[in-house]
Each structure stands twice: as C-alpha cells, then as structure tokens.
Design a protein around this ligand. Structure first.
Ligand SMILES: Cc1cc2nc3c(=O)[nH]c(=O)nc-3n(C[C@H](O)[C@H](O)[C@H](O)COP(=O)(O)OP(=O)(O)OC[C@H]3O[C@@H](n4cnc5c(N)ncnc54)[C@H](O)[C@@H]3O)c2cc1C
Length: 412
C-alpha cells in the first residue's frame, strides 16, 4: 500500500482522538473535524480495565482519574435477589486491577486536548463528504479549505470516518449493515442517587423485562434501561415519559432506586446492534461506532473504539494493507457479539454459578484459579482478543452448566 501521510479524521469521540494522537506520533499530518457534544450527558461512561494501559500510553490517566469515579469491579444482579460480583483486584497479573467511570464529555475533551497538544489540527466544524468515482469519497470544498494549511490544499490521502452512529461513509456509499439479534430500546439519564451494593462498581441488573445499568459517577448515578420496545411504552411517548415510568413501574428498579430523582433529559437509542459489511475503500476507512457497535452490556464500546484506533494507527504507520485492519476489527466485534449473546441467553451466569460448586471438588480446586482468570478477562475486556479465553468460554457455556438451567438467568 502507498504511504499514507495526510489524514482527515472525522469525529471528536474517543476513536477519533486516539487515532489522531497515535498518527501524529508516527509523524503523519492529521486534521480532525469534530463537533462539541450538544447533549448534557453522553453514553459510554463505564470503562473496562483493558482501557487503562491505553490511558497511560496516551498520557491522560491522571486527568481522567481526577474527574471520574474509581471502578473496582462489576456486579450483576438477578431479580434483586442473586448477585455475582467481580473484583478487578482479583484479576490475574496480566490484567489491570481497576478502571474508571467517566463523565463522557469531560473524557472526550481530555482526549481532544491531548490530540491538540500532540500537534493534531483540530477543526471545530462538521466535515462534509461527497462521492468520487465508484468507491471513493472526498471532502467538499469548504471542509477542505478549513484544513488548507494542513495538506497544502490537496485532498488527504485517507479519510477516516469516526463520526459514530451517523455512519457518514456507510450512508454516503450505501453500504449495508448486519443487524444484531436484539431489538431493545435504551433509555439513558443521570439520577441523583440509587442504592449500590459496592461503591464504584458498575451494576447490571436484570429487570422484569430487559436490564438496567447503574454507573456511579461523582455526585450522581448514570441509570440506563435496556428493554424491549413494548415494555418501554408507547412509541408516541417522549423518552422522558418512558424513562420516568420505568423508574416507578419496574419492581426491581423500585427496590434499588425508590427515591431516585432524574437530573437530566433522557436520551433514547434504538437499533444500535449493527456492524458494517465493509470497513474500507480506496481512500477511506471506518473506525469505532461508525463501523459497528455491539451492545451496552459489558461496556465494550469504548474499548473497541480505542483498541481499533490502535490497530488502525499501526496498520497505517507500518504500511500494511487496510484489509488486515478490517479483518482484525471484524473478528473482535464477532467475538463480542458472541460474549454478549451469552449474557442474554443466561449461559455466562449459569456457567459461573455452576463453577461455584465445581470449585469445591478436587478437580475444581486445581482448575478454578485458571478458569476464573479467563472468566475475569471477559469483565476486564480482554477475552475477545484471547483465543484461549474464547475457547474456554465456548466450552463452559456449552458443557459446563451441570444442573444449572440458563433460563434462570435469561434476559427477557
Ligand atoms: C445505550 C448505550 C450505552 C453505552 N454505554 C457504554 C458504556 O457504559 N461503556 C462503553 O465503553 N461504551 C458504551 N457505549 C458505547 C460507546 O458510547 C461508544 O462505543 C463510543 O462512544 C464510540 O466512540 P466513537 O469515537 O466511535 O464514536 P462517538 O463517541 O459517537 O463519537 C463520534 C463523534 O463524531 C462527531 N461527528 C458526527 N458527525 C460529524 C461530522 N460530520 N463532522 C465532525 N464530527 C462529527 C459526533 O459529534 C461525535 O462527537 C454505549 C452505547 C450505547 C448506545
């Protein structure tokens, strides 16, 4: 592949900024078009531990830590009665032992500042694209002019779509997406407080229908509902009407948030499980949510977005073909779809439950630390890129349930 020197990145989220910093470090000329966040709150607040090495490499961990809540673990509850808690400090040595819950606007700004300091040209304006030939795209005249001092007026060698779920290039080139199997609605807002089993832990609670997250943030809790559309309420209702009713109606929510007061408007997401059937073309490539998003459960979105930026930066700086990046990303997403599917079908929790009795047997005493290490890699974000962890997961969810019925943990 010809050397790529001049790069336009569209988007101001974690995927865009991470890539921009890494490409500047590799000596490329990078302009990043971004739009400041308009909504008062932005989803993507619970980070998995595997992001920590990236924050350290990008030099932003102290700033992120200062505005965030330390996240020592994750817990999953079922009907408000049964709890599975995972403490990251118990992770094996090769996994980070903590993470953060981050106010996203602040997190995005921190990353953009780091990009600016790295020498990226930040353009606070939308980038507009147009088609060029059969499969190419180009910046429109105004967008190009805005970056005129960056590439001496010529079109960039590569345009990166990191503009998130709007799928700029996917829409422009009419690239089909593969939809996921869930068709839930997610409703998201901040509330003043909820009860928490463990401070700082991200809580994932099975509700009467669907599930909810509780992400403890400084002075508030992010509370989101992921529920079937008909459980959310009428399609003519506002997001606030749907959210406020769920807050009072669901019997599980009433237990942990009986007094919760909503502090922000509500955001509603639909049809978010999807992945592009193509991620690259002659002079363009997709990154982060613009190419695909799996599901909010297990907080994989930010990890995939930032990890993909590392993979793309390496591909470009080493002159590798973009097809190798596309292949790696598709495998990563596929693995997450598989992991997430086993949260919804109840098999991950059933296998963990069954592991509790196995641990008391002679074989269990020998094998459990090894198995637990691999299971920890799921909640830390590492499993999807570790073939041994994925193989073990497949074996456990198929053969390791003993007499535990996964229906007990299914998400309806
Ligand atoms: C309901 C829900 C809950 C989630 N919870 C979590 C969680 O707890 N943890 C987690 O890790 N992930 C979570 N995610 C996923 C996470 O939010 C995303 O995966 C992540 O934000 C992707 O980053 P990104 O940089 O690809 O895109 P984004 O963060 O969406 O950033 C894209 C940016 O591009 C900008 N943009 C758009 N068009 C243009 C244009 N024309 N020109 C310039 N800029 C443009 C947008 O303004 C935006 O700032 C959740 C997702 C959903 C739907």
């Amino acid at each position: 592949m010809e050397s790529i020197n001049n790069i336009a990145i569209i988007g101001g989220g974690p995927a865009a900024s991470t890539l921009a910093i890494l490409l500047r470090r590799a000596g490329r000329d990078v302009a990043m078009y971004y739009l400041p966040e308009k909504a008062p709150v932005v989803v993507g607040e619970s980070l998995v531990p595997m992001i920590i090495p990236m924050l350290q490499d990008l030099g932003i961990e102290p700033e992120v830590a200062a505005c965030s809540t330390l996240k020592p673990g994750a817990c999953f509850t079922f009907d408000g009665a049964e709890t599975f808690a995972f403490r990251f400090a118990d992770n094996p040595d090769n996994l980070p032992e903590y993470s953060y819950n981050v106010p996203r606007k602040h997190f995005n700004e921190t990353l953009r500042n780091a990009a600016r300091n790295a020498g990226v040209k930040l353009l606070e304006r939308p980038a507009r694209l147009q088609r060029s030939g059969a499969d190419g795209i180009m910046l429109d005249t105004e967008s190009l002019q805005a970056a005129s001092d960056c590439w001496q007026g010529s079109e960039p060698d590569l345009i990166v779509d990191a503009a998130g779920r709007v799928r700029l290039i996917g829409q422009l080139l009419d690239i089909p997406v593969q939809k996921g199997s869930r068709e839930d609605i997610a409703l998201f807002a901040h509330v003043d407080h909820t009860e928490l089993l463990d401070p700082g832990y991200v809580h994932t609670d099975r509700l009467e229908h669907g599930w909810s997250w509780r992400i403890p943030l400084p002075q508030r809790v992010s509370l989101g509902f992921v529920v079937p559309a008909d459980y959310a309420g009428g399609s003519d209702e506002t997001p606030e009407q749907q959210y406020d009713r769920l807050l009072r109606k669901d019997s599980v929510v009433r237990k942990f948030a009986p007094q919760a007061q909503r502090l922000t408007p509500v955001q509603r997401f639909r049809n978010y499980q999807s992945r592009s059937t193509r991620w690259r073309g002659d002079n363009w490539v997709m990154l982060g949510d613009s190419g695909g998003f799996v599901d909010p459960v297990f907080s994989s979105g930010m990890l995939i977005a930032m990890d993909s930026a590392y993979k793309l930066a390496e591909t470009i700086s080493r002159g590798k073909p973009l097809s190798s990046y596309e292949q790696a990303i598709c495998q990563h997403l596929q693995a997450w779809f598989e992991i997430v599917g086993h949260y919804y079908d109840g098999r991950i929790m059933a296998s963990i439950k069954s592991g509790e009795s196995f641990a008391r047997t002679a074989a269990g005493r020998l094998l459990t630390p090894w198995i637990s290490g691999h299971m920890s890699s799921i909640f830390s974000g590492a499993a999807a890129t570790r073939p041994v962890s994925m193989t073990l997961l497949r074996i456990l969810v198929k053969y390791g349930l003993q007499n535990i019925d996964p229906q007990r943990y299914v998400i309806h």
